[in-house]
Design a protein around this ligand. Sequence first.
Ligand SMILES: [Zn+2]
Length: 517
Amino acid sequence: MKTISKIFIAAFLFVGFVSISQTKPQALSKINTEGFQKSQVMSLITDLSDVYGPRLAGTNQYYTAAEWAKKTLESWGVDKAYFEKYCDDCMGWEVKSFNVEMIAPAYMKIQAYPYAWTESSNGVQTGDMIWIENHDDLDKVKKQWSGKLQGKTILMGSAPEQNMLFDPLSTRYTQDQIEEAKKSIVPAPSKPLGWSTGNVDLVEDLEVNFQSLKTKDDAFFAFLKAEGALSILGTSPFFPGIVHPSGTYNYRERDVKPIPYFAISPENFGKLKRLTDRGISPKIKFNLETELYLKPENNVNIIAEITGSDPKLKDEVVMIGAHFDSWHAASGATDNGAGSAVMMEVMRIIKVSGLKPKRTIRIALWGGEEQAVVGSLAYAEKHYGKLKETTRKKEVELISAYINMDNGAGQMRGIYLQGNEAVRPIFQEMLEPYSYLDVNNLTVQNTNYTDHDVFDYYKIPGFQIIQDPLNYNTVMHHTNLDVLEYVPERDMMVNATVIAALVYQIAERDSRLPREE
Ligand SMILES: [Zn+2]
């Protein structure tokens, strides 16, 4: 009897142990079933883009979307979901109504969208248009144009070169491109696969590059305003008919572009420019009604957690993230609704499949990424220490990894290792079960210009996913066509499921991921 009861107890303990600690194939099979067969990722991105887009930082729309995200995460039973404020003086700005037309020498509806944080027009305005190509030498511009700009609309910059659209608008990375990236031996090669600042560090990038970008037109715009000009039309080489109102950074308190400023399509710009070349001055009629406000309570990062199950390891955290804000001319479906929906779905998959990861898994949906990562930077300064000081808080040591997604809606093809070679064999093994999806390509290369940069700067292993470009750089990025039509379902499902499997495995490891020296 005694022996039998011992066997019984031993068997019971064994079964009990197995039932809480899944083998890796068991866990991945649960993740795959949830992610591939019961996916909700397209429902999430449809809400995010069609109902809760656009999500320009600082706006009421952004905050309403943030509340939806928090509620949605809570509905899956995550252990914590909360907001953290990131900016006290970041302004909200909304378009209420606008229209831009050429009314002479003939009628032409102009494909346009106002740049963010630009002033209203005071009703409908009409005036002749003139062309000013370059304002780098402001003294020269002043000499030429002083006293001649009253009531004028300014066509600003050079016309994009003709584009016959022979190249495909949408592409996936070719095997050659992927192989070349895999063979990289330095983080900043001369021809990187993704968007890279090379070896420029974050502080320098923010203080020098971003600051000059932010203020580059200020003096010129102030001159135009003082001279009584009516509005400005600019463009970017996004064909066909695409409008790209990207890159105005007057988001801090009351720092608004002083006159109405529109992005117009390259083809409309081309025609207006050619008319002026022929000595014909087009007459432009427009109106722009916008609203500018300061509501610091709108400026929140959205944070949620699944608490770890291991008493010792649960204080350590595996973080995933994506920026939640967008530009304003479309739904922000791929930049970065797609990344946000994928990371939310990762949380759902892990929670709903009943897995109990040892470490805590935390999602952060950032605000203000488009304004030089202001949301993730505020988070890091609060939790890890001031950017420019060398002392770091203890919390830095508790973050095992940060995985970011922000390169559109294209399928995951692998991971930028951001110079962290020690992680290569670990990720190789973790992604091996998904090699049939071609998602397991690793490159030592850096990629930059999004929130993982901040974590990398704090020496937390921070990574960005390699994604097929699709039409991100040719059609979508910060344009009026960043919409749900260009979000492929299969790519989204693969991304969420594979990242869930990766994050789960990082949370289960005996030790944290290795740090860069
Ligand atoms: Zn983005």
